[in-house]
Design a protein around this ligand. Structure first.
Ligand SMILES: [Zn+2]
Length: 299
């Protein structure tokens, strides 16, 4: 499978176990440190023939929502790369820099930069939502270069969350099961069945449960295919394939209003955007790649 959007991060992540608190401080103070400011979780991009993330020097910290919440994402060639939430878009230098949503940026940035953006967006969002301790309700502070938070009252440590979610291409006798969300605006848009893994559940159990709940099918032979960070806010998409025991399906009518079987030619046409009856997710989504891999896997 090709590199999935958001999964090509080249930064060497700092290891809290190997660095003293002073090391994190010193990285932030290095003159060549690069800062990525996020404004309402939107990131700055410098448009051009090849769009790139726009980085600032430490001067951007003047606009920080909280200067204590600077996140050291990692280093590249020894140069520290950091992210910070800002109260307003800082002065745009050079000209042509715009703040945009990560979904829009994923399809235009190089893989490596989309990967950095995924980490930055998830981390900044997590800091914004975890200012108070889940144990005692008192304020928390960022520690270890923003990799964790610590409660100022009870000393509890809080770790950034990653939420595993399964997404599965279900097949039966040469056809794939695609479902339409009951959102009212889905039209011809259909995708693989997906849902969050619940506490105390394996990936395989989550796949079997989600497929049964959403489309009323029984599946077996669950196989892992690929994974993708999805920073909205911090999901890990776990892409699988599974085989249905029969063609019998029944949409739940709540999350899914229709579930139907499509053959390889129909899915191939949709992937290329030349189907009048079926629309599938764009190439930044892992669902697109699960479908493409299945289409190309003509046994
Ligand atoms: Zn506490």
């Amino acid at each position: 499978m090709t590199t999935l959007a958001f999964s090509g991060n080249p930064l060497v992540r700092p290891s809290a176990e190997h660095h003293a608190p002073e090391w994190f401080e010193s990285q932030r103070a290095l003159p060549d440190a690069r800062f990525l400011p996020l404004h309402r979780l939107e990131a700055p991009v410098l448009d051009g023939a090849t769009p790139h993330l726009a980085w600032w020097d430490a001067g951007v910290l003047e606009h920080a929502v909280d200067r204590a919440d600077v996140v050291l994402l990692g280093t590249l060639g020894g140069i520290p790369h950091l992210a910070v939430a800002v109260t307003e878009p800082p002065p745009t230098t050079p000209e042509g820099t715009e703040f945009r949503d990560a979904r829009r940026l994923a399809s235009i940035l190089p893989d490596t930069e989309a990967g950095i953006l995924a980490q930055a967006r998830s981390m900044i969002d997590w800091h914004t939502r975890h200012r108070f301790c889940a144990v005692c309700g008192q304020p928390t502070l960022a520690i270890e270069g923003g990799a964790r938070r610590r409660c100022t009252a009870c000393d509890a440590r809080h770790y950034p969350r990653v939420d595993p979610s399964v997404i599965v291409l279900v097949e039966f006798e040469g056809r794939a099961l695609l479902a339409r969300r009951a959102s009212g605006t889905a039209g011809n848009r259909r995708s693989c069945v997906a849902g969050f893994v619940e506490p105390g559940e394996s990936i395989e159990e989550a796949v079997i449960r989600e497929v049964r709940e959403e489309v009323g099918a029984d599946v077996e032979a669950v196989e892992y295919r690929a994974s993708q960070p999805w920073p909205f806010p911090s999901t890990l998409m776990i892409g699988c394939r599974a085989r249905a025991r029969s063609a019998e399906v029944r949409a739940d009518g709540v999350e899914i209003d229709s579930a139907e079987w499509f053959d390889r030619d129909e899915v191939a046409a949709a992937l290329e955007g030349r189907s009048a009856t079926l629309e599938v997710p764009q190439a930044i989504a892992i669902a697109h790649h699960l479908m493409r891999e299945w289409v190309e896997d003509r046994r």
